[in-house]
Design a protein around this ligand. Structure first.
Ligand code: DQA
Length: 154
């Protein structure tokens, strides 16, 4: 069954404690709970994971398929990881990149995302709400996709 996955990259386990002026005061647990509940309300399943290890994230992405949907906050790997970019491209999983802070309004190095070119789009600067907006998009996307599969009889 197609699923919505939410992967958080390095240091995002510290959200709520870490630089609240940039990342807000909600903990990752609270953010994940809201994501899971919002998906459940419309009968969908969202699974959230966090890692500080780049290889783990690459393995998780490689296990996805084009029928899944990925909401990804790559943390600082946003600005550096061609390996994560290649993994998304390799499995053709539809992906939306999310950032709690506005990466375009901070240090110059944050403004460039090497991940964004392989994503449908990017949500940046809307705090924890950004995940919920990306989730609503993912739900619509999955509904549209499953209608197409039913129409074509596949
Ligand atoms: C972040 C922005 C990144 O530049 C930073 O390295 C993070 C968090 C965000 O959610 O705003 O770890 O991805």
């Amino acid at each position: 069954m197609a699923s919505i996955w939410v992967f958080h990259g390095p240091n995002l386990n510290l959200v709520g404690l870490r630089e609240p002026e940039h990342y807000g005061s909600h903990t990752l647990l609270e953010i994940n709970q809201e994501i899971v509940q919002t998906a459940n309300q419309v009968g969908m399943i969202a699974e959230c994971r966090q890692t500080n290890h780049e290889g783990d994230l690459i393995d998780w992405i490689q296990a996805l398929s084009p029928e899944d949907f990925l909401i990804l906050n790559p943390g600082a790997w946003t600005h550096t990881s061609y390996a994560i970019r290649d993994a998304i491209k390799a499995v053709s999983v539809p992906t939306v990149e999310v950032h709690l802070s506005n990466i375009h309004a901070r240090e110059a190095f944050r403004a460039n995302s090497v991940i964004a070119p392989v994503c449908i789009g990017q949500v940046s600067g809307l705090g924890a709400d950004g995940y919920i907006l990306a989730l609503r998009y993912a739900i619509d996307y999955q509904n549209r996709h499953s209608e197409k599969v039913i129409e074509s009889g596949n």
